[in-house]
Design a protein around this ligand. Structure first.
Ligand code: ADP
Ligand code: TRP
Length: 318
């Protein structure tokens, strides 16, 4: 099964990105699926307007992928811009995309609500995302719940293309395990760069941020219901089932405060991420090796895209 995802290099990656998209990829990689994972630098241009910033952020995402578990021998890793054919496919899809379909997209409306400039790039963003997915003949796309609608747009466009030109594209499915559909941020809303409530993968102020996670004002002595509590929800991501059951029981028993739970969360985070940090520091020292991995990935990705585009061009009449 062909599995693909991409993350925009539009800022430092956070826990929501790791559990919402990256971890699913590494789990599927371990199962031996046919994996493609890219850095969506074309997409990031909708919000990043500085070349040096984009270049650095792109490299940082590549390092984060590799540090957290991407094995380049098993997963093709590449920069979106190394497969320029996606822009071409995006145009073909654009010509079949009803305006109303894009007008209904929540992510666009959400960006507008957060004061972003209404550009054509931001509006047409889901069409380029559909091209990323369809050009690689993907079956499964691990993403967070916020991207579900974009997968529906992708399926819609694939179907429209097939109706117009013949069966070229498979209809891909989103892969959204319920446990990681929406990771809460430090304020309890969805963790997102736009909400300033993130904890980064290798956050130097992780301790401060964890300690500042918003809770209700129950006293330490009071028994508490753990379900729905952000600290508990985050702990579930890092801890073993036994540890999670133990925390739930402590909350329900009383005499267990949010401060205790925050300390447990912090320890579980370090247990998982400190080895990733050590690997990242190593990788960062050798920029030639990183460049080689990305160049190799680009070669494989481009070959897959070229094969698909040959069929597409013939179908559309070019
Ligand atoms: P942000 O909301 O911070 O801008 P992105 O939109 O760049 O994050 O997300 C990149 C990937 O990470 C997507 O697959 C997205 O669904 C996933 N993701 C981001 N935040 C979360 C979250 N809080 N919970 C689950 N998945 C998330
Ligand atoms: N839109 C995704 C996000 O904001 C990034 C993305 C671009 C993507 N192209 C993709 C994700 C293709 C999965 C597949 O997170």
């Amino acid at each position: 099964m062909r599995v693909l995802t991409g993350i925009q290099p539009s800022g430092t990656l956070h826990w929501g990105n790791y559990f919402g998209a990256m971890k699913s990829m590494f789990d599927l990689q371990a199962k031996g699926e046919d994996m493609f994972m890219f850095i969506a630098n074309f997409h990031a241009m909708t919000t990043v307007r500085d070349g040096a910033t984009l270049r650095k952020a792109t490299r940082d995402v590549a390092l984060d992928y590799l540090a957290c578990g991407l094995d380049p021998a098993k997963t093709t890793v590449y920069r979106q811009s190394d497969v320029p054919e996606v822009q071409e496919l995006a145009w073909y899809l654009s010509c079949l995309t009803p305006m109303g379909l894009l007008e209904r997209c929540h992510s666009y409306k959400d960006k507008m609500a957060h004061g972003f400039e209404a550009t054509h790039g931001l509006f047409a963003y889901p069409v380029l995302m559909a091209a990323d997915i369809l050009i690689m003949n993907s079956d499964l796309v691990p993403v967070g719940k916020d991207q579900k609608q974009h997968l529906e747009v992708t399926r819609d466009l694939a179907q429209k293309f097939n109706n117009a030109y013949g069966e070229i594209f498979k209809l891909p499915d989103a892969y959204i395990p319920e446990t990681v559909a929406t990771i809460p941020g430090t304020d309890g809303q969805k963790m997102s760069k736009s909400y300033h409530n993130t904890i980064e993968l290798f956050d130097p102020s992780v301790k401060k941020k964890v300690m500042a996670i918003v809770t209700d004002s129950k006293t330490m002595e009071e028994p508490k219901e753990p379900e729905g509590n952000s600290i508990y929800e985050l702990y579930k991501l890092f801890a073993t089932p036994e540890e999670v059951a133990e925390m739930a029981a402590s909350f329900r028993a009383g005499n267990y405060g949010y401060g205790h739970a925050k300390k447990a969360l912090l320890a579980a985070y370090h247990r998982m991420f400190d080895p990733f940090k050590a690997r990242r520091d190593e990788l960062e020292k050798d920029s030639d090796a990183l460049e080689d991995i990305l160049r190799e990935g680009a070669k494989k990705a481009r070959a897959a895209a070229a094969a698909q585009m040959e069929k597409v061009r013939r179908a559309v009449g070019l």
